[in-house]
Ligand binder design. Sequence first.
Ligand SMILES: Cc1cc2nc3c(=O)[nH]c(=O)nc-3n(C[C@H](O)[C@H](O)[C@H](O)COP(=O)(O)OP(=O)(O)OC[C@H]3O[C@@H](n4cnc5c(N)ncnc54)[C@H](O)[C@@H]3O)c2cc1C
Length: 603
Amino acid sequence: MTAYITPLDNINFLVNDVFDYPNHYASFEQLADVTPDLIEAIVQECGKFCEKELSPIYQSSDHEGCYFNNGQVTTPTGFKQAYDKYTQAGWNSLSYPQEYGGQGLPQSLGFIRSGMLSASNWSFNMYPGLTIGAVNTIIEHGTDIQKQTFLPNMSDGSWSGTMCLTEAHCGTDLGQIQTKAIANDDGSYGIFGSKIFISAGDHDLTENIIHIVLARLPSSPKGTRGISLFIVPKMNTNQNGDIEGPNKVSCGSIEDKMGIKGSATAVINFDGAKGFLLGDINKGLECMFTFMNTIRIGTSLQGVGAAEAAYGLSLAYAKERLSMRSLTGKKYPDKVADPLIVHPDVRRMLLTQKAICEGGLAMVYYACKLTDTIDYHADESIRLKADEKLGLLTPILKAFLTETGFESTNLGMQIFGGHGYIKETGIEQIVRDVRISTLYEGATAIQALDLLGRKILLNKGKELRSLCFEILGFCRENSIFSLNPHGKKMQKVVWPLAKEVLKWQKYTITLMLKANKNRNLVGSASVEYLMYSGYLYMGYMWAMMAKTAHEQIAKNDGDVVFYQSKIDTAEFYFERIFPRVKSLSATMMKDPKNMMDMSEEAF
Ligand SMILES: Cc1cc2nc3c(=O)[nH]c(=O)nc-3n(C[C@H](O)[C@H](O)[C@H](O)COP(=O)(O)OP(=O)(O)OC[C@H]3O[C@@H](n4cnc5c(N)ncnc54)[C@H](O)[C@@H]3O)c2cc1C
């Protein structure tokens, strides 16, 4: 298996040329120290860490898996050493607040780091990845004492975090959860119940694990309105963060599963464990959204990371493996056959992968800037606007990038032929690993309902209108009708994009009107609507990348082959991938009568 190589040129292109992160940071007083040199050093050093420490234990962690014995979980060989190096090098504390021992760097840089971790060793990244969600939830909803007690140790990595939602009978429908919280005399709660499928639920990397748990008070109403959120540490602590002894939390077992085998997926039992209310009573699900939103962007990076890793492997293989001759005559006459990369269909697969992983990374980096605006902008109305926009983009990022991430890794496997099915090549591991990403943290259908139901229909498409307005403005400024010197060359990308953005608005209004009369339409259209939206969002990113590449070539600044590859991939995207919007828009607008009228017996 080829080792992970950090795509530094792609990352730097996005950070510096396309999205101008240095000026973005400079626009916030609080981020004056985040200079271009610092950004470059972080990206480079984190890349080296991933290449040297994480990539070498990715495949072995799949062979070995996690080990469960007598209630104790042991992570695969090398994980503990890598985790210690990770925390000691300061990667864990990168974007946590300084007042709790973090380095106070922006969340966007934290996401850039997490992207590299996901691409080099997905399973390892689950442990610090879940902690980010737990930390953000405590920062947002915790009391001062809770923050002082838990955050410093989570920030330096000596404690980790989990998200405990799922129970055996419910994962999507959290209104059904049964875990109970009974008030103790000292203001804490006794937590009783069992959670399943808890990522990083138990392990040997940290001295304590802070579970963020959804549970129900006996007096609370049924359904989602009666759920509260609790901090439940594996080990009891005092307010200084010193460990006092075990809490009544135990690991019942870990799952034997399809992929991400180095990540322990645990049954966690709470037998009267001491827990602390986080946020208000019965507002648990709302508070948990802080956790879920962080993790959803993290999951989108897992989709992109897998696509990136698979592309690296399949590209190297396509250049090396010899098979038949090019249809237009021998390309390598000195060899017994030409390499796979000469064949049009192999190129179709490679370019689809390239378009998805580079376009996907751009989608995340574009959205990540919004997290900084939310955290640092002085104007509340601008913070709110950024929050609404990120709310619209998050379900698209999560579902679209995991679905296309899976498609992309599958194409990578296809390029390997039968060898792709054999463990040694490493590609089958990535295909198995990425499969979970469309299922957990809200399956694709749930993201789609969130997008169409909550983010579009509930606010009457306001946020979507403003995004469409922005994209149309970009298309106008870079079209043949503008003064832009690259307008003519950009026509191939901005023309189809602008035409479809106008339709995006039209379809949305039609769906809104029809949904008023037929609620099933929201459910039947939603996944196709989300994928349709994803292709438009990715199209916008490819148009931006093409524009930047044209400008860089005109300036004669840098690697022309690299910039030309961006233009070629953008044009490929609009010729061969973007037209999928036509079929999606045709099916999403169909009346669901046929599906819904069929009797259950007839299936
Ligand atoms: C490896 C792994 C790690 C995990 N990590 C965690 C974790 O850290 N913390 C945690 O709490 N959970 C975790 N989970 C659980 C995961 O989030 C759930 O499995 C997921 O939310 C789906 O829930 P479910 O399995 O109960 O499926 P169900 O809720 O039974 O759903 C089954 C299918 O039906 C669809 N469906 C359900 N309701 C609707 C609807 N109304 N409309 C349309 N479609 C619908 C779903 O999309 C899904 O495809 C993990 C799971 C795995 C396998």
